[in-house]
Design a binder for this molecule. Structure first.
Ligand SMILES: Cc1cc2nc3c(=O)[nH]c(=O)nc-3n(C[C@H](O)[C@H](O)[C@H](O)COP(=O)(O)O)c2cc1C
Length: 245
């Protein structure tokens, strides 16, 4: 009888371990989100699938370059969800899925950046703070509610207040230090510049405006939205329809 209880106990324990692991594996995408080697972030709800990005446009690259300008005054007008998706794709979208390569170049394909969106007025998207997941071109809700007011405590630049959406680009220095040593900081900063320029050009081509704001309080921003410790906020990019002066 003792033996029976012993084997039954072992069987029940194994069932619990295997079943529990399977349940965690199945549910984990809804609890945490991981992008490439990025740290985990707590997830608030279901991911929001973004419309597929367009890979053709009507404005030439030369015209876009000639028109690109930093914009700091925005109309009180919502940005379509497809435009937000297009901007995020321009920043970090995957363009060669079999290798995971993205729209912006990356030192040794390490991809140490993450892009977030502080949403105030985007069509069909509740206000909040979202993380972009390049792997399935979706947004992961991280904070729900009036996120821009929170962001303002960290980004003390008044023109950002009038933008319907603000992109935040973070970088992970330590992740690259293991492979790139002393050049890690330069590589992360340079890559942020590539991603940011893509956003500038994509915004211009869509008739939107933006500015790359480096004068932000990264620590306050991390605290406001529980951004993982490994990430350093590097740029805030308010986006919206330029206000005609
Ligand atoms: C590294 C870097 C940091 C910047 N930081 C800010 C900033 O904090 N706030 C801002 O309004 N513009 C910022 N800018 C934008 C510059 O002010 C802008 O590019 C410059 O005035 C030239 O104007 P243009 O972009 O229209 O050509 C920054 C640009 C760079 C490259």
């Amino acid at each position: 009888m003792k033996r029976f209880f012993f084997f039954f106990g072992v069987f029940a324990f194994l069932l619990l371990v295997v079943g529990g692991s399977f349940a965690f594996w199945k549910l984990s995408p809804f609890i945490f989100a991981r992008s490439a080697s990025a740290p985990l972030i707590a997830v608030l709800g279901e991911p929001v699938r973004l419309p597929a990005p367009s890979v053709e446009g009507t404005v030439s690259l030369e015209e876009t370059l000639a028109k690109r300008r930093s914009v700091r005054a925005f109309e009180n007008r919502a940005v379509p969800l497809g435009h937000l998706g297009q901007l995020l794709w321009a920043a970090q979208g995957i363009t060669l899925p079999e290798k995971g390569y993205r729209t912006a170049p990356s030192a040794m394909s390490t991809y140490p950046l993450r892009v977030y969106a502080v949403v105030e007025s985007v069509a069909d998207l509740p206000p909040g703070f979202y993380a972009y997941l390049p792997e399935n071109h979706s947004l992961i809700p991280v904070f729900s509610g009036p996120a821009k007011e929170r962001a303002m405590t960290a980004i003390r630049q008044p023109w950002i207040l009038s933008a319907p959406v603000v992109l935040i680009i973070t970088g992970r220095y330590e992740q690259l230090e293991a492979t790139l040593g002393d050049t890690a900081r330069f590589c992360v900063d340079a890559e942020t510049g590539h991603a940011s320029q893509n956003v500038y050009l994509q915004a211009t081509a869509l008739g939107l405006g933006t500015v790359s704001a480096g004068g932000i309080n990264g620590e306050a921003l991390k605290e406001a939205f529980s951004i993982p410790a490994e990430e350093t906020p590097l740029y805030a990019m308010p986006v919206g329809y330029p206000k005609q002066e």
